[in-house]
Write a protein that binds this ligand. Sequence first.
Ligand SMILES: NC(=O)c1ccc[n+]([C@@H]2O[C@H](COP(=O)([O-])OP(=O)(O)OC[C@H]3O[C@@H](n4cnc5c(N)ncnc54)[C@H](OP(=O)(O)O)[C@@H]3O)[C@@H](O)[C@H]2O)c1
Length: 368
Amino acid sequence: MSTKKDKFSIIDEVFMELALDLAKARKGLTGTNPSVGSVIVKNEKVISIGQTSFNGGPHAELNAIKNCVDNLSGSKMYVTLEPCSHYGKTPPCTTAIINSKISEVIYSINDIDKRVRAKTKKILASSHVKVKSGLLKNKIKKFYESYFYNRKKKLPFVTGKIAISKNNLIYSKNNKKITNKLSDKLTHYLRYRNDSIMISYKTLNIDNPKLDCRIKKMKKFSPIRIILDNKLQSNEKNYIFNSVKQNNTIFFFNEANNSKISRFKKRKINLIKSNIDKYKKFDIKKVLKCLFNVGCRNLLIEGGDDLTNHLIKKKIFNEFYLFKSQKKFSKLVKYKKFNGLKLLNQIYKNKIKLKSNFGKDTVILHRI
Ligand SMILES: NC(=O)c1ccc[n+]([C@@H]2O[C@H](COP(=O)([O-])OP(=O)(O)OC[C@H]3O[C@@H](n4cnc5c(N)ncnc54)[C@H](OP(=O)(O)O)[C@@H]3O)[C@@H](O)[C@H]2O)c1
């Protein structure tokens, strides 16, 4: 077993990059488990790959072993996260690795899970599997930021997003589209990458949004829809109601009457009663805790002005995407302004202007 800082070749880096790409491709789609990528190499040729299965199990290492048609004896496994060594929903990956006769494992970062942390190396080494760790550590640590946040805080990692016009409007009647098709792609990618999406009933009633992922062939990876609706005032003719599937829609409420509650339940909507404060607003920390307990790990919030401002003030967002278009919107019709720009720049002051081609739009990623 290696104890000092392990050394790696450029070729090792290439295979670990491939494992990371596999993990990235499944981010947000692995339920409560982190998305892991694994690559098996023999004589410097890739002989198998694996990703964490949809909704979490089996793990990437086991999938890579199962996917392999070659003899694994003498091969090397690259994996983005420390392989598990405990019985969870699936048997330990260390056992599968040992039984497969893989001779070396290179993983990037230690798991934060106490059941795994630091045990893997000992277990594999005692069965004569060579183990190294730390390859592309900084890059892969960044990738697992949301997973580590989930495990430490027992809360979903929260991404915020709002689109504003040149004159800072987020709504202007008769002019629904703010951003262009290029930046819409990022919006839909965010919906793909997050397992859940939240809005308020006010936005639901004004915009009648679909809240789904409209990247070609990716609709099935649309997030679970979460609506904050204290009195269940959402208009039941809206799209969301006509597209309810089992466990894809949650409404948070507190003061709704029984007839509304039973009507929503009949439509197979999951209802969660949650605390409100003296201003009759939901206690968002409680909402997040509750969402974590039902399996939400990555939440996208596409709030309007009021909700977004509240969440900025409370520092609920882990990251925030500000989409800005060059279109000037009319104030001669009913409109809504985003009043949170100053606060966003004060609290979330670390800004990166995204470099992708968004045409005339700009996208700034804000962090605290
Ligand atoms: N351009 C964009 O990116 C974008 C995105 C979303 C929406 N919009 C636009 O924004 C407008 C709606 O914005 P809005 O400011 O009126 O409403 P909003 O931000 O969508 O929702 C605010 C409402 O949510 C409820 N709420 C419950 N708990 C809350 C909490 N903890 N903090 C804050 N709100 C909470 C409150 O309603 P109650 O007090 O009645 O319970 C509150 O008035 C629409 O015109 C929509 O088109 C634009």
